[in-house]
Design a protein around this ligand. Structure first.
Ligand code: GLN
Length: 447
C-alpha cells in the first residue's frame, strides 16, 4: 500500500529520489516469513522507512541532492541503517533534499524541488523536505532526516508532522555525509509521537564507529508515552524576540501549547535567550560554512566527484568543483574566507566564542526550567521561488532552530493544528542535554 501511495502521489509531490520497490517487497516478505515461523524480527518489524539521501545504504546511490554524487554508490550501510534493518524495518528508498543539506526549502536540490503536500505551490521546508513531505503525504509512517541548524524540525513544521533533533551524540553519524560535523544529527520524522519514540529506541544508541556518539542511559522512550502528567516540571516560554517578525498564528500556538503543559501539571515561566536569539544566527552562518568548506574539500574529482578529462590538476579541480550548485559554492566561499589566516580570529574564533556563550546561556536556562517552548519557524510554508534569490532572508527563518544545534541540546517540533489558511502550525520544545525522553513525553502531551 505504501508503494501504491507513492506511485499515485509522487508525480506531483516529488518527495523521493529513488524507491527500492523490488528490494522492499522482498524484504517485507522475508520478515513476514520470520513472523510466520514464530521469530520476532524486532520492534520495527515490517515498518517501511524512507531515508534522506545523505544517509548511506550499501549498494545504493547516495546523492546528497547533488550532481557531484549523482552516480556514487555507497559501499556500506550507515550505522542507523544497520540498526533499522536489525529492528526489522523495510528500507523503502531515498528522499529529496537541499544539496548537501544546505537550505530551508528543498529548492536547492540539484534534481528538482519538492512540493508541500498541503499546498503544492508551497515549499515543504528543508533541507529534509523530501522526508517531511513523504511522511505527511502518507507514503510511510517514518522517515529519517538530518538536522544541522533545523533541517528536521523546520520541514516537519511546514508539513504538519513531528520531527526530533536528538542531543548531539545520541545518534550515530557514521554513514551520514558530513555538512558541519559539530552540528549534524540524524533524527526521526513521523506523524505520531509513538513512532518518534519507537525510532529513538532503535537508533538512539552508542556506536563505536562514531567517536562523538555516547550512551545516554538505557531508559525507554516508549514508556514516556504513558506518562500524561507534566506535574512538577517547569516550562519556560521564550520571550523577548521580535514578535512582529513571527507569524501571529504561530505565536498563538506557542501560548496555547504552554497552556496545555500547564493543564498537564507544569508550571510556566517567561524566559529570554538574548545571546542565542541575538547572535546565534551570525555564529551559525560562520561555523557551519567553515566546517562545510573543510568537509567538502574531499569532492575534488580524485576521491569523489565526476571523473573528467582535464589535462591538469588545476583544470580538474575547476571542472569538478563547478558541479556544485550556487548555495554550496556560497557556503564554501564564506567558510574558506572565515578560516583564512588573518581573518580566522575575527570570524571563526569570534563565532566559536559566541557559541560557547550560547552553550552557557542554555546551561543557565535549564537550571531554572526543565523545558523550553518556542516557535519552530517564524513563518508558515512560503511559496516556491519566494525566497530563492534572497539567501539572507532564507537564513533568517532558521533563527529558532539553530540555537539547539549550537548548544547540542535536543529539540522537537510538534504538529499543532492548521492555520486559518489551512497550512500546518507547530511548536518547538527543547530540553537539557541528554533529556530527549523528557521531550518525547511532553510532545505526547501536546500531540
Ligand atoms: N537551513 C540551515 C542551513 O541552510 C540548516 C540546514 C540543516 O539543518 N541541514 O544551513
Amino acid at each position: 500500500s505504501c508503494l501504491e501511495r507513492m506511485d499515485s502521489l509522487d508525480g506531483r509531490i516529488k518527495a523521493c529520489l529513488e524507491v527500492y520497490a523490488e528490494d522492499a517487497v522482498e524484504e517485507a516478505a522475508r520478515i513476514d516469513g520470520l513472523v510466520a515461523s514464530g521469530e520476532h524480527p524486532g520492534p520495527l518489524a515490517g515498518v517501511p522507512v524512507l531515508l534522506k539521501d545523505n544517509i548511506c545504504v550499501k549498494g545504493k546511490r547516495t546523492t546528497c541532492g547533488s550532481r557531484m554524487l549523482e552516480s556514487w554508490v555507497s559501499p556500506y550501510d550507515a550505522s542507523v541503517v544497520e540498526m533499522l534493518r536489525r529492528a526489522g524495518a523495510v528500507i523503502m528508498g531515498k528522499t529529496n533534499m537541499d544539496e548537501f543539506a544546505m537550505g530551508s526549502s528543498t529548492e536547492n536540490s540539484a534534481f528538482f524541488p519538492t512540493s508541500n503536500p498541503w499546498d503544492l505551490a508551497r515549499v515543504p521546508g528543508g533541507s529534509s523536505g523530501g522526508s517531511a513531505a513523504a511522511v505527511a503525504a502518507g507514503y510511510v509512517p517514518l522517515a529519517l532526516g538530518s538536522d544541522t541548524g533545523g533541517s528536521i524540525r523546520q520541514p516537519a513544521a511546514f508539513c504538519g508532522i513531528h520531527g526530533l533533533k536528538p542531543t548531539y551524540g545520541m545518534v550515530s553519524r557514521y554513514g551520514l555525509v558530513a555538512f558541519a560535523s559539530s552540528l549534524d544529527q540524524i533524527g526521526p520524522m513521523a506523524r505520531d509521537m509513538g513512532d518518534i519514540a519507537l525510532c529513538m529506541e532503535v537508533i538512539g544508541r552508542e556506536d563505536p564507529l562514531d567517536a562523538t556518539s555516547r550512551s545516554f542511559g538505557s531508559g525507554s522512550f516508549l514508556s514516556m508515552l504513558r506518562n500524561d502528567s507534566l506535574k512538577g516540571l517547569r516550562v519556560g516560554i521564550l520571550r523577548g524576540f521580535d514578535d512582529d517578525g513571527v507569524c501571529h498564528e504561530i505565536v498563538k500556538s506557542v501560548l496555547l501549547g504552554a497552556r496545555y503543559c500547564q493543564d498537564a501539571g507544569a508550571s510556566l515561566e517567561d524566559v529570554t535567550l538574548p545571546v542565542s536569539m541575538g547572535a546565534g544566527l551570525a555564529s551559525y552562518y560562520v561555523i557551519a560554512p567553515a566546517e562545510a568548506s573543510s568537509n567538502l574539500a574531499r569532492f575534488d574529482g580524485v576521491r569523489f566527484g565526476p571523473l573528467g578529462d582535464a589535462s591538469s590538476l588545476e583544470e580538474m579541480y575547476r571542472e569538478v568543483r563547478s558541479t556544485f550548485g550556487e548555495e554550496v559554492k556560497r557556503r564554501i566561499m564564506v567558510g574558506t574566507y572565515a578560516l583564512s589566516s588573518g581573518y580566522y580570529d575575527e570570524y571563526y574564533g569570534r563565532a566559536q566564542r559566541v557559541r560557547a556563550a550560547i552553550r552557557e546561556e542554555f546551561r543557565r536556562l535549564f537550571e531554572r526550567v526543565d523545558l523550553l517552548i518556542c516557535p519552530s519557524s517564524p513563518c508558515l510554508p512560503f511559496l516556491k521561488g519566494e525566497m530563492a534569490d534572497d539567501p539572507v532572508s532564507m537564513y533568517l527563518t532558521d533563527a529558532f532552530t539553530l540555537p539547539a544545534n549550537l548548544a547540542g541540546v535536543p529539540a522537537l517540533s510538534v504538529y499543532a493544528g492548521m492555520s486559518k489558511d489551512k497550512l500546518p502550525l507547530s511548536v518547538q520544545l527543547m530540553a537539557p542535554w541528554g533529556e530527549d525522553r523528557r521531550l518525547v513525553m511532553a510532545g505526547a502531551v501536546l500531540e
